[in-house]
Design a protein around this ligand. Structure first.
Ligand SMILES: Cc1ncc(COP(=O)(O)O)c(C=O)c1O
Length: 356
């Protein structure tokens, strides 16, 4: 294992203190944790499965796997067999351990990225390379390449054409492409496409994995619910390893997740809430001097007023708004901040008033 980075969020503490001191309280737009209720039908499914004394299956129930395959087909035009779905205890654990499962020696991830891709490479003792360009990678072999569309922190959508090139590049070299699609339901000005869509992969899932999360779609961050699917041979290998390692999703969460994946109504309502919050926050930020880059999908505004990221964090903390500095996600983020739209309507309203 290589040395792990310091936990960056600790550095935000002084700014949080300052924001907390605002007389009308903090508006915390830093972490991006869901704040709206868990849908009633999902809560009911969880409680109805509360009497679960036996060990669950690592592979999950057939009902859960079918619900995941059904959702991918219905909402994203992707066809997978139910046996090729593998439940995850939230997608973060999988992001952190995939390089280890694969025995990867070199892992590539986006320049501006969710920090756990780098952490996963370090846990595996692999070399990690932050790069958006396969052309810049040189001749050394690559075992795993991460893509993330819509992306965290930028809210950028990678077009099918771009993803196709990544798939072709990786297939020529025998690298696995893992696509983190945890924001795929949250396209605003653009429609995100899965790596497993036939327009991207040409109908074969060989060498490909798509990672999904219910944290944002269904407000299930507290349940820890996700899944991975894709190349049947890879999924089988991952299942064997996870069986040995005891990576079991609790049975009541499996039941809740199956219900959440089979229902689109709650997800559409949640989308509307986020759309409305974006619609009021964006013009307020722009009027206050921030420009927004990318951010056509996902849960964040990737914003800059031209100052250093920490100066922007400081300025907003003075009016009680807490955001994340772009450099948490890579050195290219030194002049940006990431602003999450995961706050209640009331708190977003407070932010809008303070920005005037
Ligand atoms: C890009 C990305 N991947 C994965 C995750 C992990 O999500 P979870 O573990 O809740 O499924 C997050 C969480 O915010 C994320 O932003």
């Amino acid at each position: 294992m290589n040395k792990l980075p310091d936990f960056p969020w600790d550095r935000l503490e002084p700014y949080k203190e300052r924001a907390l001191a605002h007389p009308d309280g903090i508006v915390d737009l830093s972490i991006g944790t869901p704040v709206d209720p868990v849908p009633r039908i999902v809560q009911d499914a969880l409680t109805q499965a509360a009497d679960s004394p036996g060990y669950p299956f690592t592979h999950g129930t057939k009902a859960l796997r079918e619900a995941a395959a059904g959702w991918l087909s219905r909402r994203h035009g992707v066809t997978v067999g139910q046996q090729d779905v593998l439940p995850l205890i939230g997608s973060k654990e999988f992001v952190a351990w995939l390089p280890t499962y694969l025995g990867a020696k070199r892992v590539v991830f986006p320049e501006l990225a969710y920090p756990t891709y780098d952490v996963g490479a370090r846990l595996a003792g692999a070399a990690g390379t932050a790069s958006d360009s396969t052309l810049a990678l040189g001749p050394e072999p690559v075992d795993l390449i991460w893509v993330n569309s819509p992306g965290n922190p930028t809210g950028r959508v990678l077009p099918a054409e771009h993803l196709r090139k990544v798939v072709a590049w990786a297939r020529e070299r025998g690298a696995v492409v893992a696509s983190d699609e945890c924001y795929i339901e949250l396209g605003w000005e653009e429609r995100p496409v899965s790596i497993l869509h036939p327009d991207v992969c040409g109908g074969s899932h060989e060498g490909l994995l798509a990672v999904h999360s219910l944290s944002k779609r269904s407000n299930l961050a507290g349940y820890r619910a996700g899944f991975v699917t894709g190349d049947p041979a890879l999924v089988k290998r991952l299942l064997e390893t996870r069986k040995h390692a005891g990576m079991l999703m609790p049975q009541p969460v499996q039941a809740a997740m199956a219900v959440a994946l089979a229902d689109d109504e709650h997800a559409d309502k949640q989308r509307e809430l986020y759309a409305a919050r974006r619609a009021v926050l964006r013009p307020a930020l722009e009027k206050a001097g921030w420009s927004i880059d990318h951010s056509t999908a996902g849960l964040y505004f990737w914003a800059s007023n031209g100052q250093s990221a920490w100066d922007q964090v400081g300025k907003l903390s003075e009016i009680g708004i807490l955001v994340a500095p772009g450099e948490f996600y890579g050195s290219a983020g030194g002049r940006h901040i990431r602003i999450a739209v995961t706050a209640t309507d009331e708190r977003i309203g407070a932010a809008v008033r303070r920005l005037q």
